[in-house]
Design a binder for this molecule. Structure first.
Ligand SMILES: *[C@@H]1O[C@H](CO)[C@@H](O)[C@H](O)[C@H]1NC(C)=O
Ligand SMILES: *[C@@H]1O[C@H](CO)[C@@H](O)[C@H](O)[C@H]1NC(C)=O
Ligand SMILES: *[C@@H]1O[C@H](CO)[C@@H](O)[C@H](O)[C@H]1NC(C)=O
Ligand SMILES: *[C@@H]1O[C@H](CO)[C@@H](O)[C@H](O)[C@H]1NC(C)=O
Ligand SMILES: *[C@@H]1O[C@H](CO)[C@@H](O)[C@H](O)[C@H]1NC(C)=O
Ligand SMILES: *[C@@H]1O[C@H](CO)[C@@H](O)[C@H](O)[C@H]1NC(C)=O
Ligand SMILES: *[C@@H]1O[C@H](CO)[C@@H](O)[C@H](O)[C@H]1NC(C)=O
Ligand SMILES: *[C@@H]1O[C@H](CO)[C@@H](O)[C@H](O)[C@H]1NC(C)=O
Ligand SMILES: *[C@@H]1O[C@H](CO)[C@@H](O)[C@H](O)[C@H]1NC(C)=O
Length: 640
């Protein structure tokens, strides 16, 4: 359902007027100010975290886009109004008030306790807030930014449709300047001069769209869905010609490749880029060129980025009056032969990748971590145990997640969010396939400037993969290679492998089969022309006490589907020691170059996390795991 500008009729409150931009448009009168909408309150989720009742109503106040940061900005996060809509067609008849609605916290998933709603049937929803544009903003444009809205957003400013976006994992920006009304009826509102109304349509389970693990009937390895405005919302001020995207990639040789995309589209503005030492602020390199034309320059002898030395450099970008702060890290990731074996090379050396499967789910926030501190707690836990990587599993996080990985030194293996894994009867038709491919391109372009990301994963375990008729992963691998020649590509993680990409990636539970000459059902014999990798293993379970469980019947009833359950933590750690030791042996004897342990935390009915779902119990014997993980890196060094 893609509404066109101006078709809100039939609508009693709509008054047609001639707008100053040439086309006639329906004018929707401002909604009433509701004092009787249900007040915001955290809804008690089936399980809490330490953060559930402490974050208040304005979490996520950090600048949301650290690689393209402007100084004049204002967060629109906080308490908005929400009302359920009857159907996707409701977009054509915006409500005249939201009196019967509820307050909602933004950003959040409507299904989460933190939203204040905790719904489970949110297919169509209205969201409303008011805002002022600060009077001292010097720019000529006001840009409205969303970090992510799941799944489709239709945005109205002061009663006029200002934009539409499809795709639940992507940031988008709307130049709302032409829609900001000076009309008195909006300007005299009690909560702010302007009105932002968002219609969200989320057809999870009724359409074949990228959803990752979301389902409306969660059980076992599939979880509660997320609908709504689940990442940050903010406005900022920009000049008439502005930077809409800044691509930066810096290699171990000091070469910095940049591409500044500017609006108006195709404009060619002079651009200057300065790279600065983070501590001293000293300029170590400058480059200049023109927007919308890639250019490069060199910084001599930069300190390189790696998990053990996550050095970052600040960047200042100037294009006319648009001044942007950003950052980068200098590193090169490639595939290369070391003693006859194909390896992932970081800055020219074999780097063993040891990651967790990181799903990014929270009992109180579902897809949205309660706050930045909670999000970083997970990453710091991994770092402290000795992991040097995370596999971000069929989800894309806020930019602040990747910034934290850049700063902490955690390499990211980034999965494309998969289509629903419901077997051959639910494979995409050509339109659904091309929409999924469009969103794959969005992911690469949105994420490709984070130095911590080292690998893209296209397909997970054949989910949504047209493996019977065509092998789309070959074409998609070359599409990604063109968009981003600086990273490795794991075309098929798990199975349905036909030889595409840089990795031969096996999934096997609980024991690894990493670059080994033996393999199991659905896998294929190790292919020595590619990197031997264990995309998933482990999954050791431990049915912790009820007070750390997601006490929803469908979840608790699926705990018995866990691959392996240990009766106590002593046994759990004994089993983990055996598996980590097998992985070490496979690294010494065969062609194993890295692995992904399942998983960072428990999720709903899955009880196999290093941390429980509430993050209150850490299962690993920390000293033992640190020693065993250290032995993996030593084994890899012994093969280099
Ligand atoms: C909400 O409040 C307004 C006026 O304050 C009133 O007219 C309206 O009937 C109320 N709605 C409900 C559902 O109570
Ligand atoms: C949660 O709070 C408890 C009690 O204060 C504390 O011991 C624990 O370390 C906290 N856990 C996290 C993840 O913050
Ligand atoms: C929203 O409205 C639809 C249609 O009336 C209904 O099926 C659904 O249960 C409602 N959802 C919520 C969260 O109220
Ligand atoms: C709001 O709720 C009241 C009471 O339940 C009902 O009479 C009224 O029709 C509702 N208004 C809207 C706009 O749904
Ligand atoms: C302002 O709003 C009123 C309705 O409240 C409408 O009649 C009028 O046309 C609007 N004017 C402009 C310039 O949008
Ligand atoms: C949603 O609510 C319905 C009705 O209460 C229930 O049958 C269903 O299991 C719920 N779904 C989830 C995902 O909790
Ligand atoms: C490969 O993918 C691109 C981008 O989706 C598409 O334009 C092209 O037609 C595809 N080619 C083949 C052979 O499938
Ligand atoms: C798992 O537990 C559920 C609920 O108790 C039960 O229905 C199911 O048969 C059990 N499955 C197995 C494999 O034991
Ligand atoms: C796991 O623990 C919960 C809570 O104690 C219990 O209800 C459930 O039956 C247990 N399941 C298994 C498979 O041990």
């Amino acid at each position: 359902m893609l509404p066109k500008i101006g078709v809100f009729a039939p609508l009693l409150a709509a008054i047609a007027f001639a707008n100053p931009f040439g086309h006639s448009q329906v004018y929707v009168a401002p909604r009433q100010v509701w004092n009787n909408a249900t007040k915001y309150e955290v809804k008690t989720p089936p399980l809490t975290t330490n953060w559930t009742y402490t974050i208040g109503t304005d979490p996520w106040q950090e600048y949301p886009r650290p690689q393209l940061e402007r100084s004049q900005w204002k967060s629109l996060n906080g308490i908005w109004k929400y009302e359920n809509a009857s159907s996707p067609d409701a977009v054509n008849s915006p409500p005249t008030d939201l009196d019967n609605g509820s307050e909602v916290m933004i950003p959040s998933c409507l299904e989460s306790g933190l939203s204040g709603i905790q719904s489970n049937t949110s297919f169509a929803s209205w969201f409303l807030t008011n805002f002022d544009v600060p009077s001292d903003w010097s720019g000529e444009k006001v840009l409205l930014n969303f970090g992510a809205v799941d799944y489709e957003a239709t945005v109205f400013i002061d009663g006029k449709q200002a934009g539409f976006h499809r795709g639940g994992y992507f940031a988008f920006t709307i130049d709302i300047t032409p829609y900001l009304s000076n009309n008195g009826s909006f300007a005299t509102r009690q909560n702010g001069a302007h009105e932002l109304l968002v219609f969200v349509h989320d057809p999870t389970d009724t359409a074949i769209i990228p959803v990752g693990k979301q389902t409306t009937s969660p059980s076992h390895i599939f979880y509660t869905p997320c609908s709504g405005i689940w990442q940050q919302v903010w406005i900022e001020s920009a000049p008439a010609t502005w930077v809409s995207r800044f691509d930066v990639a810096a290699g171990m040789d000091g070469k910095v490749d940049v591409n500044v995309i500017s609006i108006p589209e195709g404009s060619a503005e002079a651009v200057e880029v300065e790279v600065k030492d983070k501590g001293s602020g000293k300029v170590v390199g400058t480059g200049s060129g023109t927007s919308n034309t890639p250019f490069s320059f060199t910084v001599s002898s930069p300190n390189l980025w790696s998990p053990s030395t996550p050095t970052l450099y600040d960047i200042t970008l100037k294009m006319g009056n648009d001044e942007i702060s950003s950052y980068t890290g200098f590193r090169t990731i490639e595939k290369g032969e070391v003693n006859g074996v194909q390896r992932p090379l970081l800055n020219g050396k074999f780097e063993f990748l040891f990651a967790t499967l990181d799903q990014g789910y929270w009992p109180d926030g579902i897809y949205t971590p309660p706050n930045r501190e909670a999000m970083i707690f997970d990453l710091q836990t991994l770092k402290d145990l000795g992991f040097n990587a995370v596999r971000k599993h069929i989800k894309i996080e806020t930019a602040l997640f990747y910034q934290a990985c850049d700063a902490l030194g955690l390499m990211v293996i980034q999965d494309m969010p998969s289509l629903p894994p419901k077997g051959d009867s639910f494979l995409p038709n050509p339109d659904q396939q091309s929409e999924w491919e469009r969103q794959l391109v969005l992911m690469i372009n949105q994420q490709k400037s984070f130095p911590s990301i080292v690998t893209w994963v296209i397909y997970n375990e054949g989910w949504g993969q047209l493996y019977a008729t065509t092998n789309p992963e070959f074409n998609l691998t070359s599409v990604i290679r063109t968009l981003d020649p600086t990273r490795l590509i794991d075309s098929t993680s798990g199975w349905r492998d036909h030889g595409a990409g840089d990795f031969h990636d096996n999934h096997h539970y609980a024991a690894p089969q990493c670059g080994t000459p033996f393999y199991s059902i659905l896998s294929t014999p190790f292919d020595p022309s590619r990197i031997g990798f264990q995309g998933e293993f482990g999954g050791l379970g431990h049915n912790v006490s009820a007070d750390h469980l997601w006490l929803v019947p469908q979840a608790v009833n699926s705990i018995n589907q866990t691959y392996e359950i240990s009766a106590d933590l002593k046994t759990y750690n004994y089993r983990a020691h055996r598996l980590l030791d097998e992985l070490r042996e496979q690294t010494e004897l065969f062609a194993c170059s890295g692995a992904v342990y399942t998983q960072t935390t428990d999720v709903e009915g899955e009880v196999n996390g290093l941390l429980t779902y509430d993050r209150r119990v850490l299962r690993p014997d920390v000293e033992m795991w640190k020693k065993d993980i250290g032995a993996l890196y030593d084994a890899a060094a012994g093969r280099a």
